[in-house]
Design a protein around this ligand. Structure first.
Ligand SMILES: C[S@@+](CC[C@H](N)C(=O)[O-])C[C@H]1O[C@@H](n2cnc3c(N)ncnc32)[C@H](O)[C@@H]1O
Length: 356
């Protein structure tokens, strides 16, 4: 589409009160949201109370809340073309990329979103000591980004991806399991299911060297039960690494997404404080944790937001209505505003390493 018709599309949206990435209206909205989140982080600074004191118990109930599972999945079953418009081209990763901000390695200036997603995989490989020849579970595998990276990088690695989303697994079957790939697709197995149903999925016990989950723990309510089920799948000595969004302090109103604006996008989800996953030290032994500065996610989201608008003609009006564009636009702004206060030091990602 040429520049003129693209401008027409943007103008149509503006006429409906939907303003593009970088516009004065969007920047003002993001600033207001960031001020709100900044005040919340300040208010709860140093709060280390147990989550139980706010009515949330990560040792009880279903692995993920059964009543919100279908609703929560609908976000991942959004039209594939929408995700393709804004995610990185290599991995379609729908989680933070590593831009090298703070806390690990030198700052990586001017790297692309594609490179930042690869850096995330490299960091996880290093921290979870992934080696060629291992058997790995990619838990909550999205469009299969980590699986693809591992299969392409290591000629003898085997990966099992687990994901209930029809749209995402449909993409994986078509693209990742195609014989055209430059890795042996027989080294990859896809299980389309909720991990909650693991006992009936026929997965071999004590047969995996590593379990890696990226952006999955946010969907988990009972971390204890999750770890118990994962421990049965790991070989003795095997490692499990969870990468998820965390707050540094306990933010009571963020523990359940229903209490926040995020509930509209992620019903049943949780933002765990950095201190919560290490409390789970029974079924798997907690080894180490790291905080990854939130500006890495801010940069990732900002790039997604920008790419969304650069490809608006490919998704609107064919795949998204005006209201849906408005929702996505607000979603990017909202998420960015959560990571930016205090230069990403209050809200970011956690890496949690466990051993059987
Ligand atoms: C934020 S996305 C991250 C996807 C991928 N790991 C990535 O980095 O791009 C969360 C993923 O977890 C999956 N998921 C959500 N609940 C799940 C459950 N109960 N069992 C297994 N996967 C689940 C979703 O379908 C989605 O693919």
């Amino acid at each position: 589409m040429n520049k003129k018709s693209m401008m027409n599309i943007s103008q149509q949206l503006i006429n409906h009160g939907v303003h593009p990435y970088g516009s004065a209206e969007v920047l003002k909205f993001e600033k207001q949201l960031a001020r709100y989140f900044g005040r919340e982080y300040e208010r709860w600074q140093g709060n280390k109370n147990l989550t139980e004191s706010y009515g949330l118990n990560s040792f009880e109930g279903d692995i993920s809340k059964s009543e919100t599972r279908p609703e929560s999945l609908s976000h991942y079953n959004e039209e594939y073309h929408v995700y393709r418009a804004f995610l990185d081209k290599d991995y379609l990763a729908y989680t933070m990329g590593c831009f090298g901000v703070d806390s690990y390695g030198p700052e990586l200036k001017d790297i692309s979103l594609e490179q930042a997603q690869m850096k995330k995989y490299e960091l996880l490989v290093e921290r979870a000591d992934i080696q060629d020849g291992q058997s790995i579970i990619d838990l909550g595998c999205g469009f299969g980004g980590l699986s693809k990276y591992l299969l392409e990088t290591y000629p003898n690695i085997k990966v099992t991806g687990i994901n209930p989303s029809e749209v995402q697994t449909g993409y994986i079957r078509k693209e990742l399991m195609s014989p055209d790939n430059n890795f042996d697709h027989l080294r990859f197995r896809l299980i389309q299911a909720y991990f909650d149903d693991v006992d009936s999925l026929g997965i071999e016990l004590e047969s995996f060297d590593r379990v890696i989950s990226i952006g999955f723990l946010e969907h988990v309510s009972n971390i204890d039960l999750l770890q118990k089920k994962l421990s049965r799948l790991l070989k003795p000595g095997g490692l499990c690494m969870h990468h998820c969004i965390v707050s540094v302090d306990v933010l009571p109103a963020f523990l359940n997404s229903e209490d926040t604006l995020m509930g509209a996008y992620y019903p049943g989800a949780h933002i765990w404080p950095l201190s919560e996953p290490p409390r789970h030290n029974t079924h798997l032994t907690f080894k180490n944790s790291w905080f990854v500065n939130g500006m890495n996610y801010w940069k990732t989201l900002d790039e997604w937001h920008k790419r969304f608008w650069e490809s608006i003609d490919q998704i609107y009006p064919e795949y998204l209505t005006t209201d849906e564009v408005d929702n996505w636009n607000k979603y990017f702004s909202l998420c960015k505003a959560m990571f930016i206060p205090n230069d990403g030091k209050s809200y970011g990602n956690g890496h949690f390493l466990y051993q059987k």
